[in-house]
Ligand binder design. Structure first.
Ligand SMILES: NC(=O)c1ccc[n+]([C@@H]2O[C@H](COP(=O)([O-])OP(=O)(O)OC[C@H]3O[C@@H](n4cnc5c(N)ncnc54)[C@H](OP(=O)(O)O)[C@@H]3O)[C@@H](O)[C@H]2O)c1
Length: 428
């Protein structure tokens, strides 16, 4: 039976999860045997949930990466640059296959690393980098290579989805729910990478690049987080039959691929609206498939390590295939910035001072920019005489809603900045 020998750098949540899985390999369905040649992390003496005393320790991840006994270098340190990037480059140059869960590294340098892997005739694999335990990378690259994909969308940050779900379910504010999520381990002590949308953006860019075999240009990805979403937005949207979630999407347009992350509203019966809590989901729409939706645990040591193991298991029969599924005969395709002309219906929430003519001034400001109202809901004024108004607009251009919203913001009756969220219709 063939054996694949691993060098594992990074012994945190995922690294220790992987070691546990290697130790339980008799229960798995691998094509051969897996051995661990050596391990590396920052601190040798740190307490870990697995016993690493039986494994050879390497102070330097790059030395482990190029060790002659290593067949596959597994990078689980994290970070787009620094030691993770250096060790992965050294491994590829030494003709070792690489498996990583590092979305930041792949989003920022994936295509340079792809080139290095191809130059050295080895595989670079990163199933765990997107949606943790949900198998989307190779499904998109391989199983769906017979589909002309139009759009790939999803919920790719479990922390953000947990926050919006909990706010709506419990009626508590963003800050209260975030504090609880940190206590329960659903959010990091420093949640910035998650709530700013950046973590989801890394994953969205990787998926869009695979779906459209496009040159990954992270600078073109538009990123907005959930940190601007208020409880009142979720409640008013709910009364209008909408759910608001942090959604990622990559869309193929005539000019290139638009990739973005931000709060999006959708009808309650939309497939993404029903994905609650810390789950991840990816929805692929294309011809002649229609739509496929994959949902499951997007993080955690076990699910993520299982995705790493899935990649390792593929390396019993390496292919040296482009990790993004690209081939020389594919038409060149680029990421482009989102356009002002793109059209959508919008959920607009405005806080108005409770005085005569306030609502009229709002609808006049919208009409002046060709934004017409489909539905309107006004809450009673609160203790500070501020009355929240939610509007569902008819389809309009992004440029028009943004100028209209700037005008609304400048109204005498308007309190604070309006919330503007695009609405995604169900598109089977
Ligand atoms: N956690 C998840 O659910 C999840 C899901 C999907 C993808 N990922 C990705 O998987 C990777 C690992 O995540 P994680 O949650 O396991 O992280 P983690 O718990 O913070 O562990 C990181 C590990 O890397 C080591 N490390 C960090 N910087 C290092 C350096 N400069 N040199 C050597 N070792 C270094 C740390 O060493 P010490 O232990 O000695 O400090 C630690 O063992 C990241 O790229 C992350 O984005 C994680």
């Amino acid at each position: 039976m063939k054996t694949v020998r691993l060098g594992i750098a990074g012994l945190g949540h995922v690294g220790c999860g992987l070691i546990e899985l290697v130790e339980r390999q008799a229960e798995l369905r691998l094509p051969g045997k897996i051995e661990i040649v050596g391990v590396s992390a920052r601190s040798r003496s740190r307490n870990r949930p697995v016993d690493i005393s039986g494994y050879t320790w390497f102070d330097d991840a790059a030395t482990l990466a190029e060790h002659p006994d290593v067949d596959v270098f597994v990078e689980l340190m994290g970070g787009s640059d620094g030691p993770a990037k250096f060790a992965v480059e050294e491994a590829l140059k030494a003709k070792k296959h690489v498996v990583t869960a590092n979305k930041a590294l792949i989003a920022m340098h994936g295509q340079a690393l792809e080139q290095l892997a191809q130059d050295n005739d080895v595989d670079l694999m990163f199933e765990a980098a997107v949606a943790g335990g949900v198998p989307v990378v190779r499904v998109l690259r391989d199983s769906l290579s017979g589909v002309a994909i139009r759009r790939v969308s999803g919920i790719l940050n479990g922390t953000c989805n947990y926050l919006t779900t909990q706010m709506l379910d419990t009626g508590r504010s963003y800050d209260q729910v975030l504090e609880e999520a940190q206590r329960l381990g659903y959010a990091e002590a420093d949640p910035t990478l998650d709530v700013s949308g950046m973590d989801a953006a890394h994953k969205a860019a990787i998926l869009a690049s695979i779906a459209f075999t496009a040159d990954l240009d992270f600078n073109k990805v538009s990123v907005k987080g959930v940190d601007t979403v208020e409880l009142i937005d979720l409640n008013l949207a709910d009364r209008l039959g909408l759910r608001i979630k942090l959604i990622t999407e990559g869309i193929l347009t005539d000019d290139g691929v638009v990739c973005r992350v931000g709060p999006m509203a959708m009808p309650v019966d939309h497939p993404l609206a029903r994905v609650d809590g810390a789950l991840n989901t990816v929805r692929v729409e294309g011809d002649p498939l229609g739509a496929v939706t994959l949902t499951g645990p997007g993080a955690g040591p076990g699910p993520t390590a299982s995705a790493v193991m899935g990649d390792v298991s593929k390396l019993f029969t390496p292919t040296a295939r482009s990790p993004f599924g690209r081939a020389p005969h594919h038409t060149a395709c680029s990421f482009i910035a989102a356009k002002e002309a793109e059209r959508s219906a919008y959920f607009l929430r405005v806080k108005l001072a409770d005085k005569p003519g306030a609502l009229a001034s709002l609808t006049e400001a919208l009409a002046a920019h060709d934004v017409s109202v489909d539905k309107l809901l006004q809450e009673s004024a609160d203790d500070s005489d501020v009355s929240p108004v939610a509007i569902v607009t008819h389809v309009c251009s992004r440029g028009d809603i943004e100028t209209a919203s700037a005008r609304v913001s400048a109204l005498e009756a308007s309190v604070g900045a309006p919330q503007v969220i695009p609405i995604d219709a169900v598109n089977e």
